[in-house]
Design a protein around this ligand. Sequence first.
Ligand SMILES: [Zn+2]
Length: 503
Amino acid sequence: MRAANPPGLPRMVRRGKALGMAVAAALAGPSLGAQRAPVGPATRSYVAVDTTVLALINARVIDGTGAPPREGQTLIIRDGRITAIGATASGATAKGATATGRTGGVAVPAGAQVIDLAGKSVMPGLVMVHEHLYYPVGAGTYGNLTESFSRLYLAGGVTSMRTGGNMNGFAELLIAKAIARGEKPGPWIDATAPYLEGPGMGFNQVAITRDSVDARKLVEYWADQGATSFKAYMNISRAALQGAARAAHARGLKITGHLCSVTYREAADAGIDDLEHGFFAMNDFVPGKQPDSCSGRGGAAQSALAQADPESAEVQALFRYLIERKVAVTSTLTIFETFTPGRPMPPGTDVLIEPLRAQFAERYAATQRNPQSVYARAFPKGMAMERAFVKAGGTLIVGTDPTGGGGVIAGYSNQRALELLVEAGFSPLEAIRIGTLNGATYLGRGALTGSLVTGKLADIIVVNGNPATNITDIQNIQMVFRQGVGYDPAALIASVKGKVGLW
Ligand SMILES: [Zn+2]
């Protein structure tokens, strides 16, 4: 049974081989069609702007492609889509808009709501690809935070995201659909099926995928249920990974992995589309690595990473192997920062319920007491490897991974992820592109979102300041437009503050 079109998801957002044509048809015809996000009663209180025709004037545009910012720009948004971008016409004000473009700028349509963004920047909504709707609550268990985290992601500027593995069963699939219907606030979600994990780890929320038959059955079952993405985990075998990749690709879906038993090179051979955690989970250079066996539980992968030389022939050969097979790599520096001594306290922990806040505070203190941690060497090397991979021509995308011992908080960590890419040596504009257009392109949504271009969805964040020169300005997000609807980050955060961990 193959659903022709998953309920609740507009045709436009379907992925797979038919997508290109669907998008082209939707963008071309006069039936451009309303794409403004629906706003239901439970979502209304978080919405600051919801109108048919909107003009954002006097904005600095950071378009997500890596191009230099353009000052003094006007964006016209109609029914959820960007219909014009160009210089602000002289005389355009938030009070009385010019009805024509006689001064050569972009005409503000009569009746448009006008917002003056002088001193502010607009950039594409973030497209983040290693997100979770759960959080480690202790005792090897992950609490279902579909409600609070989806609000925090949106508040943090994330308008599209892939979950990087699912501990919630149906909950992630269902909230993705509820958000698409406007019943709940949140980003567009590429909902991942429950992890495909081999024997060994013993997660109490994950089934065991023993072989390629298991893998194919699980992929087909969850694809039927509406999962649009797959994630292999540390103890999967090469055969199971290959079976899963074939089954996913037959549906036009992609598969990524946080690997250990399978090396990056073997995963590329098995048909994987993406590798999670930069090069922190790379077992290719672990001494004595046995096939289909995860030896990395004791930090073997991180030790090998710490000793790797990004410019060495063997590492460069691995980069080329991945690049030739079109395997992307996902940077998740935010989670590794929490393992690394000497790093600042991560942002956003004050939204947690008190026991989780205390739990992470203890964990953070313990990390500082262990300056000999392998992460002291692996963290900067992981940054250097990601930089070198891109320099070699690799595709880097980015996510945050709110797992480990906690401290990675939805929304806040997405902004931190861009700061860490800049610390790794990318320019702010490169980091923004990795966190927007690169992610959208990987997800097959590059024609819809990820950059500020006429015709794309109005997935736009308004930032007070200029993150193109000072990436930390990304912390000052004033409004988040998803499909043309402007959400108020402060209202979203206030609705969950002190409750994150309960739901
Ligand atoms: Zn993860």
